[in-house]
Design a protein around this ligand. Structure first.
Ligand SMILES: N[C@@H](CCC(=O)N[C@@H](CS)C(=O)NCC(=O)O)C(=O)O
Length: 135
């Protein structure tokens, strides 16, 4: 299995952590965003969205980090993705919440509080922070 990631991607990190937790053998393909790797034709053939993470398992390609988490959990066993419907519904509720709300909010906080100051792009925008609080 191959997992395409780039250093600093929180979505990629989740998939790496899950593969590691499950002890799965994975070839990690480190993409270099500074070299435009994500918009290269060879990568767009893997994921036309041009985003990481992407998992390839034989002729199967899985993109969207939470779909990858579910796939790894199913093949890796260990009960991370339960067999029974109520357990699955619970896990899926958290995964959809993470994608729709938490991820967006944390992305906004990280941009305003960490990345903007780190790159000298000005002060945090309090309106954006207020929006992120209620996402
Ligand atoms: N919803 C997607 C988001 C994927 C995503 O936005 N990945 C970021 C890294 S965390 C990326 O590849 N960004 C590069 C770009 O948008 O050019 C997922 O959960 O996998």
């Amino acid at each position: 299995m191959k997992l395409f990631v780039f250093n600093g991607s929180p979505n990629a990190r989740k998939t790496l952590a899950t593969a590691d937790h499950l002890g799965l053998e994975i070839e990690v393909v480190w993409m270099d965003v500074t070299q435009g790797d994500l918009s290269k034709e060879s990568f767009l053939e893997v994921n036309p969205c041009g985003k990481v993470p992407v998992l390839q398992d034989g002729d199967l390609t899985v993109w969207e980090s939470n779909a990858i988490l579910v796939y790894l959990s199913v093949i890796g066993g260990g009960g991370l993705f339960p067999d029974e419907p109520r357990g699955r519904a619970n896990v899926l509720s958290w995964l959809f919440w993470e994608t729709s709300h938490f991820n967006r909010a944390i992305g906004m906080f990280a941009w305003e509080r960490v990345l903007k100051p780190a790159f000298g792009l000005g002060d945090a925008d309090s309106k954006q922070l207020a929006k992120a609080r209620v996402m």
